[in-house]
Design a protein around this ligand. Structure first.
Ligand code: AMP
Length: 199
């Protein structure tokens, strides 16, 4: 099963992608996590990516497409954070058949509220929404540079202009999910949709 998740930052794509990949035993591919790894490397490319991400802007399509091409296999995947532009979606359509497109619908106000409280694990990338200070894996949590107010606003703007048009592109296969619900309820809705699509 090949699944893509579309939704604004903070809509729970990462959290749900982990759960989907565990339940359906498919690869979880997060372009954000892959890009953050490169940005920590200290290389010239890493520093360039870090600057762009900290500003809340998108990484150029060719860099992200290259990352995805290296990771996609025929064993099934859930893509978290890709595609984010029409160009990326068209490229993906050439290398893989997509079975499900899940749209995580969340109002901007709630996205801002969640992102400003969000913390991530330095080691396993698990995401926490409120209150936690340590990850279940034992590592420390940190606040992403792009989870600060100005970058959040920019990311939401970029989502509206670059990513939201994908809903039209995937109209025939797209299923909407109310992402303002609890993690458990969202996952229940996700599983309901995926099991209705399974052959
Ligand atoms: P995420 O972890 O999915 O919120 O992504 C964090 C940041 O990584 C984004 O704000 C972008 O700067 C960059 N990024 C992640 N995925 C993509 C993508 N598909 N295309 C361009 N930039 C991306």
């Amino acid at each position: 099963m090949n699944i893509i998740l579309i939704g604004p930052p903070g809509s729970g794509k990462g959290t749900q992608a982990v759960k989907i990949s565990e339940k359906y035993k498919i690869a979880h591919i997060s372009t954000g996590d892959l890009l953050r790894e490169i940005s920590k490397s200290g290389s010239e490319l890493g520093n360039r990516l870090k600057r762009i991400m900290t500003e809340g802007k998108l990484i150029p399509d060719d860099v992200v497409i290259n990352l995805i091409e290296q990771r996609i296999t025929d064993k099934g995947f859930v893509l978290d954070g890709f595609p984010r532009t029409l160009n990326q979606a068209k490229m993906l359509g050439k290398i893989a058949a997509i079975d499900a497109v899940l749209f995580f619908d969340l109002p901007d106000k709630e996205a801002v509220r969640r992102l400003s409280k969000r913390r991530q694990c330095r080691s396993c990338n698990r995401v926490y929404n409120e209150g936690a200070s340590k990850c279940v894996c034992g590592s420390q949590l940190y606040q992403r540079d792009d989870d600060k107010e100005e970058a959040i606003r920019e990311r939401l703007k970029v989502y509206q202009s670059e990513t939201k048009p994908l809903l039209q592109h995937y109209k025939s296969r797209m299923k909407r999910i109310d992402a303002s619900q609890s993690v458990e309820k969202v996952f229940k809705d996700v599983c309901g949709i995926l099991s209705s699509l399974r052959v």
